[in-house]
Design a protein around this ligand. Sequence first.
Ligand code: B12
Length: 583
Amino acid sequence: MRTPGTSRSDTDLLLLHAPSVYDFRKRAILYGPVSDMVPSSTVFEMYPLGFLTIASYLHDRGMNVRIVNLALRMMNSRRFDVPRFLARHKPRAVGIDLHWLPHAHGALEVARILKELYPDVPVIMGGLSSSYYHHELIGYSQVDFVLRGDSTEPPLHQLLIALEDGAPVDAIPNLTWKDARGTHVNPLTFVPQSLDYVDLRPDLMVEMVMRYRDLEGTLPFNGWWSNPITTVFTVKGCAFECVTCGSSNTTCTQLTKRQKPVYRSPASLVANVQALARLTYGPILLVGDVLMAGPEHAAEVLERLRKADLSNQIVFEFFALPPKSFLQDIDRSIRNWSMEFSPESHSQAVRDAQEGEAGYTTQDMEDLIKEAVRLRCSRIDIFFMIGLPAQTAASVRETIEYCGHLFQLGDKRLSCFISPMGPFIDPGSRGFEEPDRFGYRLFARTLEEHRRLLVQPSWEHILNYETKWMSRRELVDATYDAAERLNELKVRHGRLSRRRGRGVARGIAAARALRARLDDGMAHGLGAIADADLTGEISRYSISTVCDKRELFWPRRLFNFRIPEILRILGRYFSGRSRRHAP
Ligand code: B12
C-alpha cells in the first residue's frame, strides 16, 4: 500500500480524528437526529478538545504535533482518499481518539489502515471510551498502546520519549500496552489535581495550519469557519450524578479515578478566554457549571471576566439552577452573555429519576428563566432529552407542550430543544452499569458489539438501549412526534420562520419515509441495504431533523476573526522559521 515518495516526516505525533463510521460515504445508514444538538454532523467530525491540550503540551516540549481531522476531510470531499493521504505522511507515532463511543467503528478502521501502511509506527489510542474499553482495545492487532484517564499529556510525552529511545514503558502511568508476554496495565496514577499545567492555545492551531498547509484538516467541525464557536473547559470530573452520563461523579471515581471534580483556576480559565477572544469575535462557551466549584470561585471568574471586558458572547452552562443573584452578577460583569440549561424533562419525577433529587422545582426554573429574560441575557437555550429513566411517550409529549408554555414566558431569546439520547447511553454511566436498577435494557456491552451496532441500517437498530418505559421503536416514534410538534410551536411562537419551519417539517417527513423503507428492506432480509440512491446520503435525512441546525449557532458576522492577531501569529511563525533555517 505504501506509495512512492513516502518519507519519514518531522511529525513526532500525528493526531487523527476518525469519522464515526469509517466508510460512511459508501453506506446507506439512517443515523437519526443523534447529533442535532451539537455543532457536528452524524459523522461526529468534531475532535476532542484534548487534541489541542496535547498539542500545546508537546509543542512546549519541542515536539511537532499535527492534527488531522480525517472525518471532516472525508465529509468535504468524496474523493479524499484516506490510505493515500496517510501514505504520504509517515509520522513517528500516531494518536487516534476513541473518546466518544460513536467512533468505535471509524477509529478502529483508521488504526487498521495505519498499521497496514506502517507496521513499525506505534498506534496510541486515548479518550474516555478507550479508557473504559482498554482491555478489549489492546486486543486489536492494530492498537499498540492505550492511554487511560481524563488527562494524558504528561504520560503521552513520556511514552513518545520512551518509544524514540527504545526505553521500557512499564513505569509510564495510565498506560495499557502489550508485548510477547501479554497485556500490561500500568496503574492509573496520573490524575492531576490542578488543571493549570496545560492550556489550549488557539495560536497553535493557526501555526499548525501554516506548517502543514492544511486548514481543513485542523478545523474542529464542518461549518466552524462561519460559526466559530470556541470552548474553554473549566473542570474535569463532575459533582452531579445524572444516570445516563459517562462522566458523572460515580462514573469518574471508577473510570478516571477522579474522586471529586477538579477545577481550572479562575486565572487560567479567563486567560484562555482572553486568548480566544484575541483571535475570534465568536461566542466562547465555558464548558461545565462554574458554580460547581463554589460561589467564591465563580465570583472570581466573573470579576476577572469583568476586568477583561471582552466583546465576545460568553456562554454559561448550568447543571443546577443558579441563584438569581448570580445571573445579576453576570449581567453586571459581562457585556454579552447567554446561558444553557438542561432540565432534560418538564416532569419533576423524570428529573428526579435522572438526576437524583434535582434540587429545584419547575416553578424555580421558570422564575429563573424570567429573571434571565429581564436581564441582558441574549440567549437562553433550554435542552430536553428523550430516553430518560421513568420517561414515557406521553411524558415526552407533555414536555413539548411545556416548551409551548416556556415560549410564552420569554421573548425570542428563549429557545427550547429536544433530542434523543443517542446513539448510545454512555458506557460507565450508572444506567449502563446497572441497567436493571435504572430501567434500561442494553443491546450492546462490549466495544465490538458497539462497533457492529454502528453499521446497522437505521438508528432504531443502532441505539444501544431501550427503557422499561419505551422500546427502541417507541423512542424513535416519540422523537419524530416531538420534533414535529416542537417545530409547529416554534413557528407559532415566532422562534422559527415559516420557511425554515417548512424545511424542518419536510426533513422529518423524509426521515420517516426513509425509515419505513429501511425497515422494509430489513424485514425482507436485506440487512444493510445496498441502495444506490441512498449511498452516502445519511446526513441529508439525519441533520436538522429535531431542529434546524442553524438554531444552535449565533448570528453570523461578516468577519469572524481578528486579522491583526492572525497577522501577529503568522509573523511570529515566519520569523521563527527563518531563525530555524538560518545557517
Ligand atoms: C465539552 C463536551 C462536548 C463538546 C465538544 C468538546 C470537544 N471538542 O471535545 C460538545 C458539546 C460539542 C460535545 C459533543 C458530544 N459529546 Co461530549 N462532552 C463534553 C464534556 C462535557 C467535557 C469534555 C472536556 O471538556 N474535556 C476536557 C478536554 C481538555 O479533555 P478531553 O477532550 O477529554 O481529552 C483528554 C482525554 O480524554 C484524553 N484523550 C482524548 N482523546 C485522546 C486521544 C489520544 C490519542 C490520547 C492519547 C488521549 C486522548 O487526553 C486528553 C488530554 O488530557 C464531556 C463530559 C466530561 N465532563 O468529560 C462530554 C462527553 C465527553 N461527551 C459525550 C458525548 C456522548 C458526546 C456526543 C457523542 C453527544 C451527541 N450524541 O451529540 C457528542 C460528540 C461530538 C463529536 N465528536 O462530534 C460523553 C462521552 C461518553 C462516551 N464514552 O462516549 C461525555 C463523557 C459526557 C456526555 N454524555 O456529554 N461534547
